[in-house]
Design a protein around this ligand. Structure first.
Ligand code: DX5
Ligand code: ZN
Length: 216
């Protein structure tokens, strides 16, 4: 089964972005995960498109954009202009999720649907065949460095069953509290993509940490 690692830009050093992006480019990671927050859907604000333009210029890895904002479809063109590989929207933030998923795919990006910890995987039942990625939050979104919610392991296993039963071609991504210990359990439960912010960027050797997460 596919095992990918996506370091999260949120924990990078914005005082020396070039050096962190150079590390990412040299690393074994698969994607760079980018968290956009609006202070409404989540109680925090991160970075916006003017900053991300520089990130996109410096980063050679595919960009996995995670929108923690209300009405994410409003920014579809901006995300596309970054050259994003995937656009992840929260099911909780989209009244017309089916339409948003189609719009993302029509724009040539992989469509990701993200669920908060309290949102059951059953909300995906009617849309699972249309999405490319399902991302499960293992923390309540808004901040890096939070504690992994253990219940996510069971949720991943149930989502894996749903995907396999339908024969759907969908990657399971997990975001929040991922480290070597939780990462191994997540892979074993059926996850494909691990997002890791503080575990990578706060490690004494980020390249080695990415290597370890890739080879759990
Ligand atoms: C949190 C973000 C995460 C965050 C993860 O809302 O969506 O991507 O960067 O950080 P860690 O890996 O430190 O939990
Ligand atoms: Zn994220």
């Amino acid at each position: 089964m596919k095992r990918l690692v996506a370091p999260s830009l949120l924990s990078a050093n914005f005082g020396n972005l070039e050096s962190d992006m150079d590390m990412i480019n040299r690393s074994e990671c698969d994607w760079l995960h980018i968290d956009i927050m609006d202070g409404v859907f989540v109680p925090n604000i991160s970075f916006g498109f003017p900053v991300l333009k520089h990130v996109a210029r410096l980063c050679k890895k595919p960009l996995d954009v995670h929108l923690m904002i209300v009405q994410p479809e409003k920014f579809l063109n901006e995300v596309k202009a970054l050259g994003a590989y995937s656009m992840n929207v929260h099911a909780e933030a989209c009244t017309h999720l089916h339409r948003v998923v189609q719009q993302i795919k029509d724009a040539g990006m992989k469509a990701g649907v993200t669920l908060n910890p309290a949102t059951p995987v059953s909300v995906l039942e009617e849309i699972i065949g249309d999405v490319d990625i399902v991302m499960l939050m293992a923390v309540n979104p808004g901040f890096g460095g939070q504690k992994f919610i253990v219940h996510t392991l069971d949720k991943v296993a149930r989502l894996r069953r749903m995907i396999d039963e339908r024969g759907a071609d969908v990657l399971i991504e997990v975001d929040g509290g991922v480290n070597r210990e939780t990462g191994l359990k997540l892979y074993e439960a059926g996850a494909n993509v691990l997002v890791a912010g503080s575990a990578v960027f706060h490690a004494s050797d980020p390249l080695e940490e990415i290597h370890a997460l890739k080879n759990l």
